[in-house]
Ligand binder design. Sequence first.
Ligand SMILES: Nc1ncnc2c1ncn2[C@@H]1O[C@H](COP(=O)(O)OP(=O)(O)OP(=O)(O)O)[C@@H](O)[C@H]1O
Length: 237
Amino acid sequence: MTTQTLEVVGLTAGYGTLTVLRDANVTVEPGSVVALLGPNGAGKTTLLRAIGGLLTPTSGSVRLGGTDITGRGPTKRAAAGICLIPEGRGVFPGLTVRENLLLAVDGPLRDRYALAFETFPEIGKRLDAKAGSLSGGQQQMVALARAFLPDSSIVVLDEVSMGLAPLVIDQIFDALEVLRESGKSVLLVEQYVGRALGCADVVHLIDRGRVSGPIDPSALGEDELMSRYLGLDIAAG
Ligand SMILES: Nc1ncnc2c1ncn2[C@@H]1O[C@H](COP(=O)(O)OP(=O)(O)OP(=O)(O)O)[C@@H](O)[C@H]1O
């Protein structure tokens, strides 16, 4: 599947009468990694949910390859290539790894998940284990496996490193490079600012629902980023 440009244009969204996100503009170019950084409650998850079609905005649009997809639900967006990996381990602990993986595909598991198994060999070896018996890191790899499917072209990740040991976080960030190298684009929300700056081509800051314009992370060090825009209690991983 060819990766297309994802555009969030003038998006305002919230919950009931609460407006969380105001006039957000974010563009994810094909093959690029875009990081969205900001404090707790700023609206990061809300933006990702609106991109995934889980939340209907009050105004603005989401466009894929120039086509307005704002009115499409999550299933159609997934079919169009948008792969949302939500916060928390998105696995069913009582099902085996194989059963978890089969939820997202038809057809032979080994073919469809070839890139995922190459990237995370331990999950390919544990297909018959209950997902709940795996370590937290391995469960996150199972949750992430969908991102490696050939039909996932834009991968949207909400705090994938949450609660994981530093070595596992290294593995996950190496895996993001694999995604990029395979031609996919990545939009990620990440609490570890240093890690996000290390892999992102473009950064957007978000504070109280306001999203900054695109920032070139190489032009801005982590300290400057933190002090100029955030002033947050964010751990530098
Ligand atoms: N389902 C909901 N109903 C009502 N308010 C919500 C709901 N989900 C989130 N909110 C509120 O919207 C605001 C933004 O939440 P959101 O989860 O988008 O922030 P975030 O930047 O992802 O924060 P965190 O880092 O804590 O996940 C918060 O004030 C939150 O309380």
